[in-house]
Design a protein around this ligand. Sequence first.
Ligand SMILES: [Fe+2]
Length: 281
Amino acid sequence: MLKIKQYGDVTEFKAAKTILGRPIYKTHFYYLGGLLIDTGPHHIADEILEALQNYPPEKVVITHQHEDHTGNCKRITEEFGAPIYARPEAAGVLANPPEIEIYRKIMWGNAPAVKTEPLDSYILAGGYRLEAIHTGGHSYDHTCYFEPQNRWLFAGDFYLGENLNGFMIGENIVEHLTGLKKLIALEPEIIFCGLKGRLTNAKERLVRKHNSWWHLCCEVKELYEAGKSSSKILSEVFGGEIFFYYFSQNNWGRCFMLDTILDNLDYFDGNKRTTHKGCSN
Ligand SMILES: [Fe+2]
């Protein structure tokens, strides 16, 4: 499945593999002024390459290394001659992709190996200049792109929503919170999200996410220091584990969010335990 929407100069592609006619996970990627921001999953490469004939990429930038965002880098380079720009943390992974879990192969497919060019602190897209903002969090290489004139934030998988769903193994809560603060300080108005598409009230959304996660972390800390076990906290605070934990071969779940909070308890003590200043906006 591939659906295309136009928001002024920004073209949004909503891509998903379908099973029995139903999309199983939607990944959004974007085109602006000859720049493609992410490339969609390899499972629907032919559909994406056909659509891009009307939006020929002159260059590609990626938000992070995950295969639903990088799955067509190689095909696009071959078809259009477009260079792929990526942070150094992602370059090695894209050049030599690791084995991925079965659920990822089913949902998105492997991303074929591709050579990348070093990403600068900004990238030009037609008449637009996008600042590259390294956030980490969702993955250690995660980078958002901010267009300051229109206050657009191309957020990849950094935002995803305000509610707790779970973490992939290895996600870092401190990177999430510091990344949210970085993005809030930019005062974005529109999020172009990798999961949810175009979203208004960007800053307010980021502030609410930061504050709700911050309070969740403080609650975990207090319970843990009061002697509650991690399994009790998982049950009482997080509502237990989610089914996707088992489907993902123990690779994605609420327990990984709890783990990274417990690994970083020092971050949540003393005078840091305050609501982010932007919360009232
Ligand atoms: Fe991702």
